[in-house]
Design a protein around this ligand. Structure first.
Ligand code: HEM
Length: 413
């Protein structure tokens, strides 16, 4: 699999394509295709002046993820430009990729310990209670607009539903939870105010830890405390899980609603032989994964993959979207619904620890919206829907819909 190592050529010397900016966000797959024509892993500009590689081939992505931490480190301590102070402190990409004291950025035993605290806390989540809570949250949101006959299902449904669900999982007071999710979303957008978002985020996570140390309950925050994390680890782990959970789940729900409204095979009831929403959601994890590019890795020494030289010291991002769309993969669209070989939840030791919770939340949210909003349809042509800007988080900017207004009161339902 590995080829002889080529002479050192840093990515910025090799005409890297940008994976940021309006042109990229308008059609990311055009960039992935151009990169793939250069090789399975190709040099990119991650944000202005920040260089690295992007794995756009499926085999390459899996190779990188499965060889972490043996050949590739997740720890950004390996990032030369960051060590030399050459990455602007407020660079949006740097803020999404700098070392933090949590599982996402650790290797080996440190990662195993922090990840175990997360997985044991997640395993204690009662999924029946979760479904009831998501339904209650969905009803509460829908009650606000059900009599109006129109809504934006991103701003008024998918985003607040994912946020309120994570707040519920963490047992957080609503206001504090909203502060955390709002700051996380600003960070993911990799916009100009990312530095302020980062500071707001750390402060709110510490506050939640303090509250739960004083009054533990049956929730993820209290379970993480029980697992023995320090205050700093708690703040960084809360930040990680909020950031890893709410924005992608919201994007997934938005994409899923769009799909069931525009694809006739999902119109109607499963009892009439139409396909369940879970099929739409699994297909979308192939075609439009909520986290399209992430998992920055660092080569431990000079490395190569299928003839591509990988210089140490540079971030190598994995394009989950690019890898899923690799034409070398022989998974026809019709075989995608029941096939979990996509990289929408990543793979290897850092793979998403909560894919089943994510599936439960998204499915419940979709089904409740379809049940509660008869005649649901897009209010604008599908071609007018826009992708949000940014490198790391996919999603729609808005999903304007119309439906038959509910003339009954919430109590009479
Ligand atoms: C549809 C929704 C979701 C998607 C598409 C998704 C996808 C991902 C992906 C691609 C990664 C790897 C990131 C990387 O290595 O850079 C990841 C990691 C992670 N996810 Fe998810 N996720 C979703 C929902 C959730 C939920 C609901 C939770 C928790 C309640 C969660 C918790 C995490 C955590 C803690 C990690 C870091 C794991 C580690 O580094 O060991 N995710 N997720």
């Amino acid at each position: 699999m590995t080829a002889p190592t080529a002479p050192f050529t840093p990515p910025e010397a090799d005409d890297p394509l940008p994976i940021h900016g309006d042109a990229f966000s308008a059609d990311p797959h055009a960039t992935y295709d151009r990169l793939r024509a250069r090789g399975p892993i190709a040099p990119v500009e991650i944000s202005p002046g920040v260089y690295g590689y992007l794995a756009v081939g499926y085999r390459a992505a899996v190779y990188l993820l499965r060889n972490t931490p043996a050949r590739f480190a997740k720890d950004p301590g390996q990032w030369e430009a960051l060590k030399k102070g050459e990455v602007p402190a407020d660079s949006p990409a740097a803020l999404m990729m700098h070392p933090r004291d949590n599982a996402l950025w650790k290797d080996g035993p440190d990662h195993a310990r922090l990840r175990k605290a997360i997985t044991t806390s997640m395993a204690r989540v009662d999924t029946h209670a979760l479904v009831s809570s998501v339904n209650a949250i969905a009803d509460h949101l829908i009650d606000v607009f059900s009599t109006e006959g129109k809504a934006d299902l991103v701003a008024q449904y998918a985003e607040p539903l994912a946020m309120l669900t994570v707040i519920y999982l963490f047992g957080s007071p609503p206001e504090l939870g909203e502060q955390i999710v709002y700051a996380v979303t600003r960070l993911f957008d990799a916009g100009a105010d990312a530095a302020q978002a980062n500071a707001d985020l750390e402060k709110a996570c510490l506050e939640l830890t303090r509250l739960k140390r004083e009054r533990p309950r049956h929730d993820v925050t209290s379970h993480l405390i029980e697992a023995g994390l320090t205050d700093s680890e708690m703040a960084q782990t809360i930040l990680l899980v909020f950031g890893a959970a709410a924005p992608p789940t919201a994007s997934h729900i938005g994409h899923g609603l769009r799909r069931v409204l525009t694809d006739e095979s999902f119109a109607g009831s499963v009892h009439d032989g139409v396909r369940p929403v879970s099929d739409a959601l699994e297909e979308l994890l192939w075609e439009n994964p909520p986290i399209p590019n992430y998992s920055p890795l660092y080569a431990l020494g000079e490395q190569s993959f299928e003839g591509v030289h990988l210089a140490p010291g540079y971030p190598i991002l994995v394009s989950f979207a690019g890898a899923n769309g690799d034409p070398g993969l022989k998974v026809p669209p019709a075989a995608r619904a029941g096939n979990r070989g996509h990289l929408g939840f990543s793979a290897g030791v850092h793979a998403c620890p909560a894919p089943d919770l994510a599936r439960v939340i998204a499915e419940t949210a979709l089904e409740r919206a379809l049940d509660r909003l008869p005649g649901l349809d897009l209010a604008v042509p599908d071609s007018e829907l826009r992708n949000r800007p940014g490198t790391f988080l996919a999603g729609l900017t808005a999903l304007p819909v119309m439906f038959h207004p509910d003339t009954r009161t919430a109590i009479g339902r």
